[in-house]
Design a protein. Structure first.
Length: 256
């Protein structure tokens, strides 16, 4: 199994949070903030990362994704940035924290955009998480970005008229899975209806085909919390954060 690495570059590491550096983007003053995973990492790090991303920073959390493999007892899970390794993987986890524009630039610069399309074309499973789901659609309003086009649809910024609801949507929210449990995608079977998962996002997915919306949540409007389209499944929430931990986690077991 391969997990896409989100890192552009690393200069130095000093403790659980590390590195602020210039973005190698034609003299842009954007910077990259890189968090290294630490024991007991908390959702507050995701909150901080989301605020930085909204302020125009590019954010990556490289070591956090080792946890996805550990949650299901699946070892090894390789964190990769080599398109050949992605194309050769049995299944791919595609997480993301940050902005659509910089994420697509990084993927294209490495050839990972085409590698991901090859994985999908071959029928192998791909799990997109948070930004990984969003840039799997056709287009994002964030940075007016043409994205991967793995799932037909658009990503739109929240437009809320309720002053008590802030953007980004950040925190625990109840998730409603579509249909009866017997009809769900295998990745969502065994997860109790109305489970609470952790969300951090300023933009929301709007798939063209409503039948591909596998779960929803409410945040002033009904939002797409998960998508299932053939061998591509994505969650807007962070599946590693569930209010009532399940062991083994059905989502990861279903992914295998």
């Amino acid at each position: 199994m391969a997990i896409i690495e989100e890192i552009i570059d690393i200069d130095t590491v000093d403790g659980p949070m590390a590195v602020v550096r210039k973005h190698p983007d034609g003299g842009s003053d954007k910077r990259v903030v890189i968090f290294m995973d630490a024991p007991g990492i908390r959702p507050s790090l995701h909150e901080f990362a989301a605020r930085l991303a909204d302020a125009g920073y590019d954010v990556a959390m490289p070591d956090l994704w080792h946890r996805h493999g550990r949650l299901i007892g699946y070892e090894p899970a390789d964190i990769v940035a080599d398109p050949a390794k992605v194309e050769g993987a049995e299944r791919v986890i595609f997480p993301g924290v940050g902005a659509a524009g910089s994420a697509m630039r990084s993927l294209k610069a490495r050839g990972l955009d085409d590698a991901l399309k090859q994985v999908i074309a071959s029928g192998r499973p791909l799990l997109g998480i948070c930004l990984g789901l969003q840039i799997s659609l056709d287009h994002s309003e964030e940075n007016d970005t043409t994205t991967l086009g793995l799932i037909p649809g658009e990503v739109k910024r929240f437009a809320l008229d309720q002053p008590d609801l802030k953007v980004p949507h950040m925190g625990w929210n109840e998730v409603q899975f579509s249909g009866e449990e017997s009809d769900r995608n295998p990745m969502f079977k065994g997860i109790p209806q109305n489970s609470h998962f952790y969300f951090v996002h300023s933009y929301r997915c709007v798939p063209d085909n409503q039948a591909e919306v596998a779960a929803t949540a409410d945040y002033g409007v009904e939002i797409c919390a998960a998508v299932a389209r053939g061998n591509v499944v994505g969650t807007q929430f962070h599946p590693e954060y569930i209010s009532k931990p399940l062991a083994p986690h059905p989502l990861y077991v279903g992914f295998l």
